[in-house]
Every structure is written in structure tokens, then in C-alpha cells.
Design a binder for this molecule. Structure first.
Ligand code: GLY
Ligand code: MN
Ligand code: MN
Length: 439
């Protein structure tokens, strides 16, 4: 697990980046599911990254304009037996200081009355507008009062800025302890995929395979799935965000599983594997699978410092287009097909995303005109695919697709760490060669 020194180091880095700006970082709130029932609590990842406190409605202040010992303030739900008997343990004000390293802590009910004093002397306020409906009116009211009184007091914060770019510059580079957690989540996720494949047989329902995977996540101590598991037999695999997972698995079809677990400290795995339900690829399935696998391998090989997410994507696209040309599913020159996007009825998504506390993790892909270069310690997914169905029209000038290809949806996704040398594939425990997937 991430230790308290690491949280403290993160806060110090954030405080340094803030220079004279005070940051207000709220925790997540519970979200109603229906009637009196809430969704399971999911902490805001920025708040979690800086505090490690897994309770709703808290607020953290970061005050670089104050002396040492008054720079990290937590407002938390107070200890309250009547509430804890219904909803469970709270750390309370004392726990916020002793366990979570706050310099000073207060009950949440004092946030409105104390915020003005804490913000006094800050050059600006770092707060994300539009995301925190309970906290935003209080921050705006306190700033408005400061502005109204500035003529007499001689100061007020001069600007409101989003804190996210500063926190996300930190989060995009994983610390050694974070990489350990990501190895763990990737390993459990990979083992779940292996188990699911070994138990898959024609006649089962997608939902039964989902159960095998998610049971394994829980058995291994994970919080559960990192996102809605996709268990998609046959043509269902051509629906990118298919999550209904309620169809029978047919002899002769492929099964695409996109699933990963979230650990109790929110580090996420994100793996896709596609394999034949009956253990034997058909000729068309194997031909397309080999194209996707080659595209993925080439793209993974390009995950090195100095490359960027766009160049990794283009590496995959080039191999996919070459393979589809060879199979007669596209026609023309590779360069013009890529320039015109004339392959997008068969491959319509990007090849990956940053991965961390969020599955689609934070961090810029571009800064203005410039793509963000890959650096050691970044983690991204590499997930090319081919999806052959009638859902999108064939572009003018491209070949109509014979029925024998239709209903084949393939994606192969691994989680990859940028390292100084060869990229580290965190999810290598889930096999993917044609030979290993057949039985
Ligand atoms: N499972 C979501 C994704 O692969 O991006
Ligand atoms: Mn995925
Ligand atoms: Mn992904």
C-alpha cells in the first residue's frame, strides 16, 4: 500500500507547484442509485492522491501562503455514533490529524465559517468550477466577500484557477510504490482473464463468465471491477461499450472480454482478450486476430521515451491497415487510407489511454500543438482492434464486406509502463498468442 510518507511527499510537491495560490480540493459525495440506496462510495481521485482518506464530503485545503504547520487543513465528517451505526466508521477530526497528517482539522460544518480566514493572503484560489455542487457556492461566496471588502482590507485573491493541471502533472508520472500497486492490480486482472478463458464453453451465458472474473477480483481482495466488465460474444464485441453481458455463447464465435479490477486503493487494471469460445479459431477469425496482435505488438514496442500517445496509435493503425489491405477488406495505398481515415468503419477508436487511479487516467496528451512525450514512469494501455459489422457504412470506394467476416470483433489490450529500456507489460500474465488461446 502507499505509505503516509508518500502522501506527504505528494502534498509537498503540490504545495510547491501552487506557489502563492491556495487550493480547495473536495472529496467525492455519495451518489444516489435509487430511492434510499446509494452507489458504493468512490473517492475523488485527486483528493485520494493527496490525502488517502476514503470518506465522503471532506474538503482539503492546501495553503502555501501560510507558515509550515498550517498548510494542510482537512474538514471532515465528525465522529458521531448515531451516524456511524448506520453508515460505518469515520476517522473524525482527531483521526484526520493523527492518521492522515493534517496540520489542522475541523468538522465539516465549520467549513463555511473558517474558509475566509484560511484564504486570507493567498494570491489566488485553485478550485475546479462545475464539479462540486455543495462546495462551489461556498468558495464563490467567500471570494465575493473578499472582493467586496478589498477596498477596505487592501487585499483579496485575484484569480480563480483550476488545480487539476498541477495535480495531473504529478499523477501522470507514477511513483515506485504506485508501480508496485499497478503490477498487483494487473496481475490479479490477468489471472481473472486466464480463469475465465479456461472455464468458457459454448452454451454458457456471457453473464456466467462475468461472474467468474468478478468473483476472482473479490477473492483476491480487490474492491471489484474497475469499470463495467465487457463480456461480449460474437457480434456483441463490435459494440465498443457493450455491458449488458446477457447473451448465450455460441459454438464458433469469439468471446471478447474487457475487464480489470480496482484495488482497495483504487489502482486499476484494464485488459482485453479475445479468444474462440470452442477453442478453435476459424480461418477468418485467425487472420484478423493475427493482424490485431501484430499491430498491438508493434505499438507496444514503440512505447519508449520520446515517442507519444499519437505515434503509438499511428504505429498500430499502419499495421492494421496493411493487414486489412492484404485480406482484401480495404483497397488503396496505406498512406492514403490513413490520411483519409478510410479504415474507420473497421477500427474506430484510439489505441490507448493513460492508466492509474482513473481507468482513463488524467494527464494531457497534447500541450497546444505539441504531443506530450512518453517518459519513464508513465503507464498507458495499448489496445488496437478490428470490428467487422454492418453498423457503420463502408466508405465510398472501399470494398463491400463478405458475410463470412461479419460478427467478428477483436481487441487486445495490455497495460504498459514506459521504462528507460524495453517497455514493461504489466498484464503479460494473460496469454494472447494464437497457439495459447486454442485447445
Ligand atoms: N475498458 C475501457 C477501456 O478499455 O478503455
Ligand atoms: Mn479496456
Ligand atoms: Mn482501455
Amino acid at each position: 500500500m502507499i505509505d503516509s510518507n508518500t502522501y506527504s511527499e505528494r502534498r509537498n510537491c503540490f504545495l510547491e507547484k501552487l506557489t502563492g495560490t491556495a487550493a480547495v480540493i473536495p472529496a467525492a459525495s455519495l451518489v444516489p442509485h435509487h430511492a434510499d440506496c446509494d452507489y458504493p462510495f468512490r473517492q475523488n481521485s485527486d483528493f485520494w492522491y493527496l490525502t488517502g482518506l476514503d470518506e465522503p464530503d471532506a474538503v482539503a485545503l492546501f495553503l502555501p501562503h501560510r507558515p509550515l504547520g498550517e498548510q494542510f487543513i482537512l474538514f471532515v465528517l465528525p465522529k458521531e455514533p448515531g451516524a456511524e451505526v448506520w453508515n460505518g466508521f469515520r476517522w473524525g477530526v482527531e483521526g484526520a490529524v493523527e492518521r492522515f497528517g493534517a496540520d489542522i482539522a475541523h468538522p465539516l460544518g465549520e467549513f463555511q465559517s473558517k474558509l475566509g480566514d484560511y484564504l486570507k493572503g493567498a494570491e489566488g484560489i485553485a478550485f475546479r468550477i462545475g464539479k462540486h455542487p455543495k462546495i462551489e457556492p461556498i468558495v464563490l461566496q467567500v471570494w465575493t466577500e473578499q472582493l467586496d471588502q478589498a477596498q477596505r482590507n487592501g487585499y483579496s485573491s485575484k484569480f480563480l484557477v483550476p488545480p487539476c493541471p498541477l495535480i495531473h502533472q504529478l499523477r501522470i508520472l507514477k511513483q515506485p510504490q504506485e508501480l508496485e500497486r499497478m503490477r498487483e492490480t494487473a496481475q490479479i486482472s490477468a489471472e481473472a482473464h486466464e480463469l475465465a478463458r479456461q472455464h468458457t464453453r459454448p452454451g454458457m451465458n456471457e453473464r456466467q463468465v462475468q461472474a467468474i472474473i468478478e468473483q476472482y477480483f473479490l477473492e483476491k481482495g480487490a474492491r471489484g471491477p474497475a469499470y463495467g466488465s465487457i463480456v461480449a460474444g460474437g457480434d456483441n464485441a463490435c459494440v465498443l461499450h457493450y455491458t449488458s453481458n446477457n447473451a448465450p455463447l455460441l459454438d464458433g464465435d469469439l468471446l471478447l472480454i474487457d475487464a480489470g479490477c480496482s484495488l482497495v486503493d483504487y489502482y486499476n487494471g484494464d485488459i482485453t482478450r479475445t479468444f474462440p469460445i470452442n477453442g478453435r479459431f476459424t480461418g477468418e477469425q485467425k487472420a484478423l486476430y493475427e493482424v490485431v496482435l501484430e499491430a498491438q505488438q508493434s505499438a507496444i514496442d514503440s512505447v519508449v521515451p520520446g515517442q507519444n500517445a499519437e505515434s503509438v496509435h499511428l504505429t498500430a493503425v499502419r499495421v492494421l491497415v496493411e493487414g486489412l489491405l492484404d485480406l482484401g477488406l480495404l483497397k488503396g495505398s496505406v498512406d492514403s487510407l490513413i490520411a483519409q481515415g478510410a479504415y474507420r468503419h473497421l477500427y474506430m477508436h484510439r489505441t490507448g489511454h493513460w492508466l492509474g487511479l482513473d481507468v482513463h487516467d488524467v494527464g494531457a496528451y497534447r500541450l497546444g500543438e505539441y504531443p506530450v512525450e512518453l517518459e519513464s514512469g508513465m503507464v498507458l494501455t495499448v489496445e488496437p482492434g478490428i470490428y467487422v459489422s454492418d453498423r457503420l457504412p463502408v466508405p465510398i470506394g472501399q470494398p463491400e464486406i463478405a458475410d463470412r467476416w461479419k460478427g467478428i470483433g477483436i481487441r487486445i489490450e495490455d497495460d504498459v509502463v514506459v521504462s528507460g529500456g524495453t517497455p514493461e507489460i504489466l498484464t503479460a500474465g494473460a496469454v494472447k498468442s494464437v497457439e495459447e488461446l486454442q485447445r
